[in-house]
Design a protein around this ligand. Structure first.
Ligand code: TXA
Ligand code: MG
Length: 329
């Protein structure tokens, strides 16, 4: 049984930052904006707080968390950086890149947060509110996306409230986020490997590395060992059935469009939301999760999704859409 808490809401500002830091120090759970999606933070060194965090999300505790820190200096207390990892951190932090690295000796992140692995996921967010909270708290904060396990990630404080009201201590409202999909995760254990496409396009990472990123074997492959264990195939899941690459609309369907709409049946759509009328992938990423939530709540029989190109942020958008479309019972 989960005890209902009263969840406090504060607009981002000095008072909210101070309250967030105090709450984290007391072992509490704080939702806050990052540039990618809202995170649900707990003190990375407090196993009890982390256990509460898994409970609040309804998340399996074998799914490890990302440690958020204020700068590279703090990251180096937690993880060991090889030259490639260092080059990526210097090029892209603060920003939407997570590195999976060997734990440093004396790593202060609780074993529960890393699911007992020898590696740790770590990132330096760029959102000013996230940075202010990390600075005021002074330590590492583990933060998964601030949604119930299995739901799409929250890009506004209202999304967080819809999922977690009564289950966490504090929500800091910093307005809608800028990127809209989660960070790109790169494993730097040996050859750099793309574990999750995300808010930093693959091509930018490959440019800094001077080489192609290895791809993780898809975990839909029965024998593949999941390297980013959170990437369960049906992770990003609206309740309504999602149909990809639609070139016509079926009766009763809502349309998630991209670019100009010229599709048989579109005039009869039960609802239409356009990720980006001008075909801009950054704009599309910023809209993706809130539009999926809105169409899911619209009562449509299904959600038809127009094709989205695979380049730049399109890789992350298509990854999340594929997961949203996996059949469920
Ligand atoms: O943009 C983001 O990354 C957001 C914001 C809040 O920072 N956070 C986020 O966290 O998306 P979460 O918990 O929803 O996703 C973290 C992913 C999971 O797929 C998890 O399996 C993977 O990171 N991960 C964490 N530690 C790992 C490790 N040691 N090895 C491989 N994958 C790891
Ligand atoms: Mg998540």
């Amino acid at each position: 049984m989960t005890v209902r808490l009263s969840t406090h809401f504060l607009k981002a500002g000095d008072a909210a930052v101070a309250a967030a830091a105090r709450c984290l120090r007391d072992g509490g759970l704080v939702a806050f904006p990052t540039e990618t999606v809202y995170g649900l933070g707990a003190d990375a060194g407090n196993a009890e707080a982390i256990a509460r965090l898994y409970r609040a999300k309804g998340r399996p505790s074998f799914n490890p968390l990302i440690a958020h820190v204020g700068d590279l200096e703090s990251a180096r207390q937690i993880a060991s950086f090889n030259p490639q990892a260092l080059a990526l951190a210097e090029a892209f932090w603060p920003g939407p890149l997570t590195l999976v690295l060997p734990k440093a000796p004396g790593c202060a992140v609780a074993d529960l947060a890393t699911a007992g692995l020898d590696s740790v996921a770590i990132r330096v967010p760029s959102h000013p509110v996230a940075r202010a909270i990390l600075r005021a708290f002074g330590g590492a904060v583990v933060a998964p996306s601030a949604n119930l396990s299995g739901h799409v990630s929250p890009t506004t404080a209202a999304h967080v409230k819809a999922d977690l009201d009564g289950r966490i201590d504090l929500i800091v409202d910093g307005g809608p986020v800028a990127v809209g999909v989660e960070s790109t995760i790169v494993g730097c254990l040996d050859a750099p490997m793309l574990l999750r496409p995300g808010g930093l396009p693959r091509a930018e990472i490959e440019r800094v590395l001077g080489r192609k990123l290895a791809d993780v074997i898809d975990e839909a492959d029965a024998d593949a060992k999941p390297l980013a264990p959170g990437m369960l195939v049906s992770h990003y899941a609206p309740r309504t059935k999602v149909r990809l690459d639609a070139d016509r609309l079926e009766p009763g369907e809502a349309l998630l469009a991209f670019g100009p709409v010229a599709m048989p049946g579109a005039e009869a759509a039960s609802a239409v939301l356009n990720l980006s009328e001008r075909g801009d992938l950054n704009e599309a990423a910023a809209h993706l999760f809130s539009y999926l939530r809105a169409l899911d709540a619209s009562g449509a029989r299904g959600i038809a999704v127009m094709p989205v190109p695979q380049h730049d942020l399109g890789e992350a958008i298509n990854d999340r859409l594929r997961r949203a479309a996996v059949p469920r019972d």
